[in-house]
Design a protein around this ligand. Structure first.
Ligand code: ATP
Ligand code: MG
Length: 391
């Protein structure tokens, strides 16, 4: 019945002079999402993005793919009439109701939008007149202008669009419209959610994962690749940098006070991620940290970690409870993968009693003990990283 979709957006509509740029981004992202499925035509119309589907398209696959495109507030499968002749609109709407509803016993209201302001009827007149035409043909139906069970939408533009069901899109801004960030992606629950949330605001992601073979296994790494793959459904392709962190971790372990291990290790993660972020043209770092979750995420610990970065560090989950983070991870389908029981490099050299209120000057003093070899080791870790293109 449907051969096209109409896509609505919210925030992009508020963009004033930059609106064109955001609309073009959305068109590109919708096209990217649908290219995998077939030859769809995606194009702009005033205030809308339109999708014409190929003859052999699959409805469910299309709905699913559009549900992953940030920037889409809502999307409706539509019937397209080739013109705006009044006789054709009337016949088209009746035909639509005939086919769309098995039981014709609901209350309805007709909503009309007019693109062509010179059309011989106003939007209001079109809606009222169509209401009458519908009641004449289907006398069991009732009009309810306050709480209709069914909204019959008619848009009179170059052509005429008829639809009733508008599906909820993921919202946000089209990926690529807002810059680029480096996600520190672990195999846990939080960081994939953090990446999803930042991407939802229009940010392209690159990612860095620190592993510590042989203490962490190939399976642990694969789990991170799998997580990147799941979020890439929403974010588009992700370049994943895999850093071999073993030597650095061992060196810190052998050299620094054990209760400071986690915090010093995290500072080196941030330093390395920032170096890669600069190379990748990123404007910020992203982590899955949340205040108070673990010893390394107290305010004092976060300040100590932050102190090594000159780029802003974005922590979209900072004030989220674990339950709320889990709810999002279930929604975006990363939860089941995140809870697979593979070791993380952070948990391997963890101290019995890590400091929870580290003092920056004390940590910096301990790091001086690493001065002999650490710079070289960091350079080496960056040079020998593995790059995986995930999509
Ligand atoms: P997550 O569930 O995201 O792993 P977590 O609750 O385990 O988080 P931490 O281990 O303290 O918390 O990590 C805090 C943040 O540091 C993570 O959200 C992630 O952004 C980053 N991080 C931790 N370990 C790694 C790693 N091995 N590789 C890359 N980033 C990491
Ligand atoms: Mg973790």
């Amino acid at each position: 019945m449907y051969k096209a979709f109409l896509i609505k957006y919210n925030e992009i509509g508020l963009k004033g002079k930059n609106r064109n740029f955001f609309e073009n981004c959305l068109v590109n992202k919708v096209q990217d999402a649908l290219d995998k499925l077939g030859e769809y035509r995606v194009y702009k119309e005033p205030g809308r993005v339109m999708v014409d589907c190929p003859d052999d398209y699959d409805y469910d696959d299309t709905v699913e793919a559009l549900g992953t495109v940030f920037g889409i507030a809502g999307y409706a499968p539509i019937v397209v009439l080739p013109d705006t002749k009044w006789e054709n609109i009337k016949a088209g709407v009746l035909d639509f109701i005939e086919k769309r509803f098995d039981k014709k016993d609901f209350t309805f209201k007709v909503f009309c939008k007019r693109g062509d302001k010179n059309y011989f009827k106003t939007s209001q007149d079109i809606a009222v007149d169509l209401g009458e035409v519908i009641l004449e043909k289907f006398p069991e139906l009732k009009v309810d202008i306050h709480k209709p069970q069914v909204s019959i939408n008619v848009e009179v533009r170059q052509r005429t669009y008829i639809y009733t069901d508008c599906l909820k899109g993921p919202g946000g801004m089209p990926v690529g419209s807002g810059g680029k960030a480096m996600l520190l992606l672990s195999g846990g629950i939080d960081s994939p959610v953090a990446g999803y949330m930042i991407a939802k605001r229009g940010i392209t992601l690159e990612a860095t994962y620190f592993h510590a073979p042989p203490y962490t296994s190939e399976r642990a790494k694969q789990k991170v690749v799998d997580l990147a793959k799941i979020i890439s459904k929403y974010t588009g392709p992700i370049k994943l940098n895999v850093i071999n962190f073993t030597d650095i971790q061992m060196y810190i372990y052998q050299t620094c006070p054990h209760e400071e291990l986690t915090i010093i290790m995290r500072r080196y993660m941030m330093r390395i991620a920032e170096r890669l972020a600069e190379r990748g043209g990123c404007q910020g770092l992203v982590t899955g940290e949340s205040i108070g979750q673990v010893a390394s995420q107290t305010m004092q610990s976060l300040n100590c970690t932050n102190a090594v970065c000159s780029m802003p560090v974005f922590r979209p989950l900072i004030a989220f409870d674990k339950d709320d983070i889990i709810a999002i991870s279930e929604k975006i389908d990363t939860f089941e993968t995140s809870i697979l029981p593979f070791e993380d490099c952070c948990t391997i050299f963890v101290a019995k009693h890590p400091v929870t209120r580290p003092i920056l000057s004390v940590i910096e003093k301990s790091e001086e003990l690493l001065s002999e070899k650490i710079d070289e080791m960091v350079d080496e870790a960056i040079k020998t990283r593995e790059v995986i293109k995930v999509q």
